[in-house]
Design a protein around this ligand. Sequence first.
Ligand SMILES: Nc1nc2c(c(=O)[nH]1)N[C@H]1C(S)=C(S)[C@@H](COP(=O)(O)O)O[C@H]1N2
Ligand SMILES: [Mo]
Length: 439
Amino acid sequence: MTKSDRGRRAPSLEHVAGNGLINRRALLGTGITLAGAAGAGAVATGAAAEPVQNGKWSMEFGGLTPAIQSPSPFEKAVTRTLSNPNNEPRNSHARTPHHLLAGTITPNGQHFSINHAGIPNIDPAQHKLVIHGMVKQPMEFTLESLSRYPLVTRTAFVECAGNSAPMFSNEPIQTTAQNIHGLVSNSEWAGVPLSVLLDEAGIDPKAKWVLAEGADAHLLSRSIPTKKMYSDAIVAIYQNGERLMPGNGYPMRLLVPGYQGNMNVKFLRRLKAVEQPAYTYFETKAYSQILPDGRTMRFNFLMQVKSFITAPSFGHTMKGPGFYAISGVAYSGAGRIAKVMVSADGGKSWGEAALQGPINPQAFTRFTMPWKWDGQPAVLMSRAWDETGAAQPLRADFVAARGQTKTPVTNPLAFPNQHYNSMTNWAIGANGEIKHVYV
Ligand SMILES: Nc1nc2c(c(=O)[nH]1)N[C@H]1C(S)=C(S)[C@@H](COP(=O)(O)O)O[C@H]1N2
Ligand SMILES: [Mo]
């Protein structure tokens, strides 16, 4: 019996869609067998295998165990892309390298960051959060006093409304998932529910909005519906188990799961209960979207269902035909991910990807699709559905509703528009090269 005979015998290698997509059930506990059977490039070990050799690291006492550790020097290419590396007095963006990461939690050093006036160096001993306006009892909190409340822990993505903006280009921009989709990240946040703090202050039922303000130089402020504050907003003080990173809002930030990133006010210093939205710069001029007929969409808070394949993707090279696990992230501001479909033939046929649990609402869900690449051209696509039944729109439908540029966007850091949530497709060439294509 040859190796490929053994592979064929496994029921798990049943194809579910064109161009080599394999039933996701193949992933249930048989990953290694599957990879071996389909030829993932791992060398089979057996009697003929070389005995393990000692590298030089096995022959000498190792390095210092440091007080705080950072990634291996061999991983130094795994960094964020910066839009303002010299800190000129304008906004700065740092994008998450999705094509070089796996799992669902974004490491703190790789969490995307947008700062419109630099990162303030806040002394937590001097920082205060004030709750005032239409409340019975104005309140003042410090990091220390907030830390004494019972904290809730939850995983949530934060996504800038401008994430994926290069996808508004009329021609596909040739760049990485990092540059296209790097303005979304996913963390485990711990903090105090707004429901607790607003109840304590005794918010007036007529206060339908809460104005949130940050302590950085431009005092970014956004009006948030009180209803959202009560449903699931928190004042976050921990990010993936440690205090917030300075670029992600140290010492405290607002977390409004599933809503525009901009509403997640960092360096939070003020919450004012008000009757009407304040119509601030960031909810009128910025973070409102221009429609094809010239009108502007305002108070468009929800980040809708989206997915993108992180591997294989632009910037990777295929290492020859055989087994691959197509992998990506899916998320929705409206709730949990219900289903992700993957195509390897440019949308002619689709197979359902395996979702890795736990599937949390308003959080990344990792999907995987086993695939046997035959070395021929293929177009990989993913499409997600959330628990409300909403699906990622097809590009033609999306462009009809939201428009696209007249000339190609070549700068991956440009922002032609906002709230893009259609699909991203990667074309695999017979030479193993990967391009970004529209379907
Ligand atoms: N105070 C303050 N809050 C802010 C910002 C800012 O510049 N200052 N940037 C906003 C924007 S535009 C986004 S998309 C999110 C990004 O959150 P992150 O930097 O933690 O990824 O923070 C928002 N909150
Ligand atoms: Mo943003």
